[in-house]
Ligand binder design. Structure first.
Ligand code: DOR
Length: 420
């Protein structure tokens, strides 16, 4: 007997078929026999669920901003079944003990699959963090950011050398910070300029160990794309938001790297084909955190729940192709990390999101992040009705099954490493 049948789903190639699941696996695509659990998926487009390789799920003493329960609910409601959490927590993930504490916190609360990166700091040997289960190292800060201290170029060089010696992935936040304290989005953009981003990427190229291909986080300008070594990530906020959409000192638009002028946003979108990966850099701060002067406000925007909806709306409008979207959100992120992607093949993760392809207006009161706001308020998005994770329904018509998310350790994981 089958465990679950999704009837008449539309596949990415346009075929309409039943999807049959048994023991957490997709076992048949075509005309399926009966099952106790069947869902009519007529007119729903079924695509592999996304892996978001750049989220800050907060938790711990930052649980007022977000915690693993609310952050993972937001992920699932946005068609994301695997998130990779960043190590700039308070305190940061720089020891195996702290790393394992973080894994336990997530295991207790997360509803979506998750991996956790380890931090990088001068004098911290990455070996035991790699053995503890780190998926990757970083984001490594080449410039300071909210809750992230910068490494000097020499420190970065040494760190990249030891990470490369382990065969581990390194992810880098490339920016250059000029002098002054910004009072507006425009000043923030000038102090952390696109030219500075390019110079930072050139510096990274110069210090890379031979053969290393790093992952470059959140590229904010089209001029950076040809310069960046390794895989290139772009966020939805740099594709959909620009300075002109906000009042000059609106702290809710403050993020690192900064939002750019509309002309640059358009140029980045036009370079879609050169982007390898879309990741949200989900970095929630509370409304109270942001309700201070621009100079004092923390940088960061929530975005894990709206990433696929914004992009699926572009697919609906014909601006981007469905296959390029699947590649940049489901396939390439997993290739960079060396983990199986979600997909229809037997050796893939059987995680899917099914979309009605009807846009709705994005409203913060229907989203799930604890921070309670979205920079995309009033914009259009196509949200999934149904999300399947490991062959089971985890989200359907705004309800959660509350099945715990599964932890995915990195390739260096060793059970019983003496330091643990
Ligand atoms: O704007 C940002 N916020 N950029 C980062 O790199 C960190 C993030 C955060 O953790 O809030």
């Amino acid at each position: 007997m089958l465990d679950l049948v999704l009837r008449n789903a539309t596949l990415p190639d346009g075929r309409v078929a039943d999807l049959a699941f048994q023991n957490g696996r997709l076992v048949h695509i075509g005309r399926a026999a009966r099952s106790d659990q069947e869902v009519d998926c007529t007119a729903l487009l079924c695509i592999p669920a996304a892996t978001d390789i750049h989220v800050h799920m907060r938790g711990g003493i930052q649980s007022a901003k977000e915690d693993w329960r609310t952050g993972s609910m937001a992920a699932l409601a946005g068609g994301v079944t695997m998130v990779v959490d960043q190590p700039n927590t308070i305190p940061p993930l720089l020891t195996p003990d702290r790393y394992l504490e973080r894994v336990l916190e997530a295991k207790e609360h997360a509803l979506c699959g998750f991996a956790i990166n380890a931090g990088v700091s001068p004098g911290v040997d990455p070996l035991h963090l790699w053995r503890a289960g780190a998926m990757a190292f970083g984001e490594i800060f080449a410039a300071p950011s909210s809750y992230g201290d910068a490494l000097t170029p020499e420190e970065l060089k040494q760190s990249l050398r030891s990470i490369h010696a382990l065969g581990a992935p390194a992810t880098i936040h490339a920016e250059e910070v000029g002098s002054g304290i910004p009072d507006s989005l425009q000043e923030h953009h000038q102090i952390r300029s696109p030219e500075g981003e390019v110079r930072s990427l050139q510096m990274i190229r110069d210090i890379l160990p031979p053969g290393m291909k790093p992952h470059i986080c959140h590229i904010s300008s089209s001029a950076s794309l040809p310069v960046a070594p390794g895989s290139k990530e772009v966020t939805p906020h740099h594709l959909f938001l620009s300075i002109e959409q906000f009042t000059p000192d609106d702290t809710f638009g403050r993020v690192n790297p900064p939002l750019r002028p509309e002309s640059e946003r358009r140029a980045l979108f036009a370079a879609w084909e050169s982007i390898d990966i879309i990741a949200s850099d989900h970095a929630p701060h509370t409304i109270e955190d942001k309700a201070v002067s621009f100079a004092e406000a923390p940088s960061g925007l929530p975005g894990v729940e709206t990433m696929l909806p914004l992009l699926m709306n572009e697919v609906r409008k014909g601006t981007i192709t469905l296959s390029s979207l699947i590649d940049k959100t489901a396939v390439a992120p997993c290739r960079v990390l060396g983990i199986p992607p979600a997909g229809f093949a037997p050796d893939q993760r059987h995680d899917f999101a099914l979309y009605p392809m009807e846009p709705v207006t994005i409203r913060s009161d229907t989203l799930h992040s604890k921070c309670g706001w979205t920079p995309y308020e009033g914009m259009e998005g196509v949200f999934p009705d149904l999300v399947v994770q490991n062959g089971e329904i985890v989200y359907y018509e705004s309800e959660y099954s509350c099945i715990p998310g599964i932890y995915l350790p990195g390739r260096g994981y060793q059970v019983g490493d003496p330091i643990q």
